[in-house]
Every structure is written in structure tokens, then in C-alpha cells.
Design a protein around this ligand. Structure first.
Ligand SMILES: Nc1ncnc2c1ncn2[C@@H]1O[C@H](COP(=O)(O)OP(=O)(O)OP(=O)(O)O)[C@@H](O)[C@H]1O
Length: 279
């Protein structure tokens, strides 16, 4: 046992003899040339609540603060990260491994859509193949030097998210939800899954929380009253952000310019992430 674990986090740890590594751990090792300090999973109980948008904005906001960020698009069958960033080129590789694409501001991105011939090609793969792809995005991709990697998780609490949790050393998750969803048990399922996987829930984002009238400034709860604070309290989640419905944000993700969008509704989450830097 010549090698000693001196990492403060299991992310990026290559030490086989690490005492922190559980005997039955299914964690995969990252590529030997990768350097990833923190891995943050972005999850949602169901699809279409804005998980991809929140993942993109977190990576963009942290990049603006000077951190090196990356996005691993684990939403293999519904990959929309490259489109939000306007990335059209394919991923490149050589005998050493696969290189992620880079956004205009230098965010490293890997997604199934960077491997498909046409971005409209459907991914008709069975669960184990999908889960294997996500694992390879971690093991075979050379993530050069990343402070914060954001993983856009597949929606729900099924087979693929489970495999992602088991194989990638996630430091914590951010749960994205909508006001409608909060009245159901779906968020609780995500919280409970994280607990069962021993992954801390770092924060809760209520997307589509309200719409602010641009003329009078009045806020309308289009999808019903917010319950996010109650849910956060129930599960002792300290950090909460509420993101409004913003048509220009939808346009920015549609036309590939999410990187230029200035948004401060996720500031609470950003502050919490900054606080993780030295932990
Ligand atoms: N706050 C918002 N304001 C305006 N449009 C939004 C907002 N949040 C999300 N959208 C739009 O809703 C659509 C779905 O969002 P997004 O793709 O981020 O959801 P998702 O949870 O990742 O979906 P899936 O799980 O199916 O991949 C996108 O077109 C996005 O631009």
C-alpha cells in the first residue's frame, strides 16, 4: 500500500487502497488524465421541469466567477445541453481517450448528441447500454482540470439515475422541481433516493415558481402556490432558490445562447457551491 489517500473528496480519487472506499463500492475510476474536484448531480423527479436549464445556468454562473466548470450530460436519451450552448461540432478522441467539447467560455461538455451523426437521431437504447454510456463519459473522457462538474441526470429515480449514483462519485445533488410537482410525492422520492445512496441534498430549486409582470411588477403563481420552503424544512435542506418563468431564458436555450444569459435567481445555490470549494 504505497499510495495514500490525501484527497478531501472521493471525486477524482484514484487510490485503490483508499480506506474511505466501501468494500462493495461500485464507483468507477475517472480517466487517468482527468482532474475533477467536485461533482454535483442535478436531478428532478420527472422530466420537463427545467433540470437542463438549471444545470446550464449553474455551470455558466460558476464559470463567470472564475471556476473551471464542466457538464456531463447523463440525460442520454434526451440530451439537450449542446443545443443550449450552441455546440455543433462532434466530440474528438485519440488513443488516450475522448475529449469533451468546449463552450465559448471554456465549459467542458460531453453529451450523447456530440457522438450522434445527426442531433435529431433518436437514442433507442436499452437501460444497461444507457447506463454504460454515462459510466464511459466518466471513465473514458479526459476532463482536463475541472473545479465543478455538473451532471445533468436522467429524470426520475429509475435504473439509470441509480447506476449514475453508484458509479460516479457525486459530492451532492441539487433537486429541481416545479410548484405543481411539489404537491406530489415525486420530490420526496428524489430526496429519499439521495439519502439511500448517502449523497447529500445540497439545495432545492423551484423552477417556474412565478411570473413577474414586466409592466406592473406583480408576481403571479401560474402553476400554483409555492411549497418549496415547507418541503425544504421537512427535509432539512438549507438552500432554496426560486426561479421565475422567463420567456427570454426559454429563447436563450432554444437559440444556443444560454452562456450569455445573466440571471441571479440561482444565487443562493451558487453561494452554497462556492462554500464547498475548500471542503
Ligand atoms: N424558468 C423558465 N422560464 C422559461 N422557460 C423555461 C424555464 N425553465 C425551463 N424552461 C423551458 O422549458 C423547457 C424544458 O426545460 P428543460 O429542458 O431544462 O427541462 P428538463 O427538466 O431538463 O427536461 P427533460 O428532463 O425532459 O430533459 C425548455 O424549453 C426550457 O427552455
Amino acid at each position: 500500500m504505497s499510495e495514500q489517500c490525501n484527497s478531501e473528496s472521493c471525486s477524482g480519487c484514484n487510490v485503490d487502497s483508499c480506506s474511505e472506499r466501501k468494500p462493495d463500492s461500485m464507483l468507477e475510476k475517472p480517466h487517468e488524465l482527468s482532474k475533477v474536484k467536485k461533482v454535483i448531480g442535478v436531478v428532478s423527479g420527472k422530466g420537463g421541469v427545467g433540470k437542463t436549464l438549471v444545470t446550464s445556468l449553474l455551470a455558466v454562473s460558476m464559470r463567470r466567477l472564475g471556476y473551471k466548470t464542466a457538464i456531463l450530460d447523463a440525460d442520454v436519451t434526451g440530451p439537450s445541453i449542446p443545443k443550449a450552448f450552441g455546440i455543433k461540432e462532434k466530440a474528438q478522441g485519440n488513443e488516450l481517450g475522448v475529449f469533451p467539447a468546449k463552450s465559448v467560455t471554456g465549459i467542458e461538455i460531453m453529451s450523447t448528441n456530440l457522438l450522434l451523426e445527426n442531433e435529431t437521431d433518436p437514442v433507442i437504447w436499452r437501460g444497461p447500454v444507457i447506463a454504460g454510456t454515462v459510466k464511459q463519459f466518466w471513465t473514458d473522457v479526459i476532463w482536463s482540470d475541472v473545479d465543478y462538474m455538473f451532471v445533468d441526470m436522467p429524470p426520475g429515480t429509475g435504473d439509470v439515475p441509480l447506476t449514475v449514483f453508484q458509479s460516479i462519485p457525486v459530492d451532492g445533488i441539487v433537486i429541481v422541481t416545479s410548484p405543481q410537482e411539489l404537491v406530489s410525492m415525486i420530490v420526496e422520492k428524489a430526496v429519499n433516493m439521495a439519502k439511500m445512496m448517502n449523497v447529500p441534498v445540497l439545495g432545492l430549486v423551484e423552477n417556474l415558481s412565478y411570473f413577474e409582470c414586466p409592466d406592473c411588477g406583480k408576481k403571479f403563481s401560474v402553476f400554483g402556490e409555492s411549497h418549496v420552503d415547507e418541503v425544504a424544512k421537512k427535509h432539512q435542506i438549507e438552500t432554496v432558490s426560486k426561479m421565475p418563468i422567463n420567456p427570454s431564458l426559454a429563447a436563450a436555450t432554444d437559440n444556443g445562447s444560454v452562456e450569455y444569459f445573466d440571471d441571479n435567481s440561482l444565487n443562493n445555490i451558487i453561494t452554497m457551491l462556492k462554500g464547498m470549494e475548500d471542503k
